[in-house]
Design a protein around this ligand. Structure first.
Ligand code: TNX
Length: 496
């Protein structure tokens, strides 16, 4: 029997064609307030008819501690659905699966009889949103949180700063948002999150069992810092790569003290060795650590193309020390993790290639026995790569366009054979070409689902034709949830 349209694929899923389904027309739900509200939201979105609460519902939700973290068990039989989570997150994931099972019958809505036992493969299942190149306001971030959580992703990495703008108000450094937040790529309006808005994002993430991973990218990607603190910013160094990007996309050369609105990378750096720089790092990372509940702070460290390598190494060691002293585990892009001694102190985020790994794209970090890694191979999980050559949104630098097939047909162990060194997988959405939620949806679906399945489901059970059929079957749920789906090669989105 083909799998029902559940993505990511559960560990064990046994449909019972002869069993009595759960009819949703008069269904009721019982459990904790939060879990009941989750069921009412996801079923209500799909059917327009959220189940009422009852003391003992036909949908029964509970937590039975002790199993694998984030795991759950779901049974639909005899007109009753029961979900038991090993913890609140596991119960939440069972509810997401339940919503995916809803189908239209001749006489209304129902959930077919099924037995599912499910648990994640990796602890870190992430997405990243670049809110710096284009600013994405709170409703876009909360909408993206809903999307990623419905696919059982549990981390949202926010790229909060870049050359084009600084997006988070800090009490210790108000000048950053007063002077460096009004710009964005292409002259688009900038913006930033106030303290209260950032709290709203954190609270929404918590309600969806998502940990926010805040990133302040240093020492490169810091042109905007120079708008607020000119004494901390080195003069731009426009290398070959930046020159080629400026030639292709325009935007002019970066000018110290003026907002940068182009697409070039690698030209900016903080002044390393300057005493004010250390104080800046202590203020920024200290406040970031205090204001976020998660275990990680991302310090960036990528694409410092004009920075002297010894200066870069000294800077990275300092930044790592400061983040660790703040009580958090630093995450760093692989260039920083390649500084000798650093890999043992951080989580390394690899953004090289899986289909054609090369040393200049960080392959050494994959072999370092000290490195614990988050895998973000750019030619497979960079959601900002064009899905096909004709796409209007997206870039192509990572081995050309990335089809859904490319996004699905790789495995983390292709990169690191020892699975214990792999913390998980993260799918970044850089936003040079992405300015609205509709743009995000157009690039994310369905490749985000491919990343989620790679991070959650057993490798041996994954199969491309089965995946693309299941993913296509989710279109009615996703449309009803407001996700903007566009035509996608190889995916026959189901109507109705
Ligand atoms: C590379 S990936 C970058 C970003 C760009 C992205 C565009 C990484 C660590 N750096 O600065 O936005 O490519 O795809």
């Amino acid at each position: 029997m083909p799998h029902p349209s559940t993505v990511p694929l559960p560990v064990r899923c046994e449909p019972d064609a002869a069993g009595l389904p759960l009819s949703l027309d008069a269904a009721t739900v019982s459990g904790t307030d939060a879990a009941v509200a989750d069921v009412q939201r996801v079923i209500g979105q799909r059917t327009g008819n959220p189940p009422a609460r009852a003391a003992t519902g036909s949908i029964r939700l509970s937590v039975s501690p002790g199993g694998t973290p984030e795991s759950y068990r779901l049974r639909v039989a005899d007109g009753v659905a029961e979900i038991v989570g090993a913890d609140d997150a596991g119960l939440f994931y069972g509810i997401q699966t339940l919503a995916q099972l809803v189908e239209r019958a001749d006489d209304g809505w129902r959930i077919p009889a099924v037995a599912i036992d499910d648990a994640p493969r990796f602890a870190y299942r992430g997405a990243m949103l670049d809110v710096a190149r284009h600013f994405h306001p709170v409703p876009t971030v909360t909408a993206y949180l809903d999307r990623i959580a419905s696919l059982k992703l549990n981390h949202l990495h926010l790229h909060l700063t870049d050359d084009q703008g600084w997006r988070l108000a800090l009490s210790s450094r108000p000048a950053l948002t007063e002077r460096a937040a009004a710009s964005a790529v292409g002259g688009a309006p900038g913006g930033f999150y106030t303290r209260e808005e950032f709290e709203t994002i954190l609270a929404h993430a918590a309600s969806r069992h998502v940990t926010i991973v805040p990133e302040v990218d240093v020492p490169g990607h810091t042109h905007a810092v120079g708008l607020a603190y000119p004494e901390l910013a080195a003069d731009p160094v426009i290398g070959e790569e930046a020159r080629a990007t400026i030639a292709e996309f325009g935007g002019g050369d970066p000018v110290p003290g003026q907002p940068y609105t182009g697409l070039a990378v690698g030209f900016s750096s903080l002044r390393i060795g300057e005493p004010g720089t250390e104080e800046f790092l202590r203020d920024v990372f200290g406040e970031l650590a205090r204001r976020t509940p998660g275990p990680y702070v991302h310090l960036g460290g990528d694409e410092c193309l004009g920075t002297d390598p010894d200066d870069f190494a000294a800077f990275v060691r300092l930044a790592v020390r400061i983040v660790r002293e703040s009580g958090k585990t630093p995450i760093a892009w692989h260039e920083a993790a390649l500084v000798p001694g650093v890999a043992a102190e951080v989580v390394s985020q690899f953004w090289g290639y899986v289909h054609a790994p090369t040393e200049d794209r960080g392959a050494a970090v994959l072999r370092d026995p000290d490195a614990r890694v988050i895998l973000s191979p750019a030619d497979a999980v960079y959601l900002d790569m064009k899905p096909d050559a004709d796409a209007t949104l997206g870039l192509t630098w990572a081995n050309g366009p990335t089809s859904v097939h490319d996004a699905y047909t790789w495995d983390p162990t292709d990169l690191v054979a020892d699975e214990r060194r792999i913390l998980g997988v993260e799918a970044p959405m850089w936003s040079e070409t992405v300015s609205t939620l509709a743009d995000i949806d157009a690039l994310a679906f369905p490749r985000l689902a491919a990343a989620a399945e790679i991070a959650w489901s057993p490798a041996a059970a994954r199969e491309w034709d089965d995946f693309r059929t299941r993913v296509a079957g989710l279109a009615p749920l996703w449309r009803a949830s407001g996700y903007g789906l566009v035509p996608s090669a190889g995916i026959a989105w189901r109507e109705g």
